[in-house]
Design a protein around this ligand. Structure first.
Ligand code: IPM
Ligand code: MG
Length: 372
């Protein structure tokens, strides 16, 4: 029995490659843990019709937190086409397992740091230090969608909002609706977590990003709630921006933003944009954090074409591992790991293809491990 009990979910594609890298540095750090494997990903969708089998959910209830590699996720038709023929037409529906995990375990706060480590040739600019707080359970990820549009839903909407009538002539079979449901509670919680982080790390401003001029109700709720929360932090400025303009400003002045907060979908987009400013998805770490459980995952996808080739940059996974150590209150190990990562980047000797090098993922992990 180790000191910590960690759910270990490589997933598919390059998930396994980068998880192996995480293990190299954890072992070198002397991290005392028991690792419990969890089945998750495309393989289980194809064979069982469930990318997140119940046994994995049960396992996750027994661990302190989990580390997750990557998974393939596809739109409906493509997913159906890959399902085991024996399971077809039996009502199996593909849901992204990571989105399910976030909702099932109420991992409401997705923290995505994007920091320009000195010497990274892929940095857009020096001194970029952005952390995106993304609401992780609601908004357009709520899964409340309709297609074709049931008559009852149409009539209810039309009765309550005259703007709905405009769509009637298209015909119900030609209308698709994805909802964006947001609650005051979740808005308050994510904004509060962003402010708390700003306070603890001496940042002077929190930027709330939405589009309240058009999305008057959901965007409006987010911004109005942020104003209320901000009153509890009189020393920290609340800045309000629109997602479209913010995308432009992030490219123009990436060093002027530090703590950013957004609902689920805007946070998803914003965090990919912020990641690209500091080297792309090869450097993008993230933590899905709830009240007493968390799942840590690099932001990148599964890149199936590189599966098993140890080609992708494991830095995102190593930085994710650092976040997990912090969450587990292994602050010394976390600091040591980040310093080693920073040094390998600064030296620029060992690097994967995205950084213009030809080293493998394992070479990078070993170079980091050597400094620990
Ligand atoms: C992310 C990813 C996921 C998301 C996908 C894989 C469902 O893009 O973690 O940012 O949209 O949240
Ligand atoms: Mg994303």
């Amino acid at each position: 029995m180790g000191k910590h009990r960690i759910g270990w979910m490589p997933g598919d594609g390059v998930g396994n490659d980068v998880m192996e890298c995480a293990r190299i540095v954890l072992d070198k750090l002397g991290f005392d843990a028991e690792y419990v494997h969890g089945d998750i990903g495309w393989e289980f969708w194809k064979s069982e019709g469930d990318a997140l089998p119940q046994r994995t959910i049960d396992m996750l209830k027994t661990v302190d937190c989990a580390l997750f590699g990557a998974i393939t996720s596809m739109p409906k038709e493509e997913a159906d086409a890959e399902l085991n023929p024996e399971l077809r037409a039996k009502g199996y529906v593909y849901f992204s397992p990571i989105v399910r995990l976030r909702q099932l375990f109420n991992l409401h706060t997705n923290v995505r740091p994007c920091k320009a480590y000195p010497g990274n040739p892929l940095n857009l600019k020096e001194n970029i230090d952005i952390t995106v707080f993304r609401e992780n359970t609601e908004g357009m990820y709520g899964g409340v969608e309709f297609y074709p549009l049931p008559l009852e839903v149409f009539e209810t909407l039309a009765k309550n909002n005259p703007k709905m009538k405009r769509f009637e002539s298209a015909g119900l079979e030609n209308i698709a609706i994805s909802t964006r449901i947001m609650t005051r509670q979740a808005c308050a919680r994510i904004v509060n977590n962003a402010f708390k982080y700003a306070q603890e790390n001496a940042y002077k401003k929190v930027t709330v990003v939405d589009k309240p001029n058009v999305l008057r109700e959901t965007g409006g709720l987010m911004v109005r709630t942020a104003r209320v929360v901000a009153k509890n932090y009189p020393d920290i400025e609340l800045e309000e921006t629109n997602i479209d303009a913010q995308a432009m400003w992030l490219v123009k002045n990436p060093d002027k933003y530090h703590v950013m907060v957004a609902e689920n979908m805007f946070g998803d987009i914003l965090s990919d944009l912020a990641a690209q400013l500091v080297g792309g998805l090869g450097f993008a770490a993230s933590g899905n954090i709830g009240d007493d459980f968390a799942v840590f995952e690099p932001t990148h996808g599964s890149a199936p074409k590189y599966h098993g080739m140890y080609k992708v940059n494991p830095m995102a996974m190593l930085l994710t591992t650092k976040m997990m150590l912090d969450w587990l209150k292994e602050a010394k190990m976390a600091e040591k790991l980040e310093k080693a990562i920073a040094k390998v980047i600064a030296e620029g000797k060992v690097k994967t293809y995205d950084m213009g090098g030809s080293n493998t993922s394992l070479d990078v992990a070993n170079a980091v491990a050597e400094l620990l």
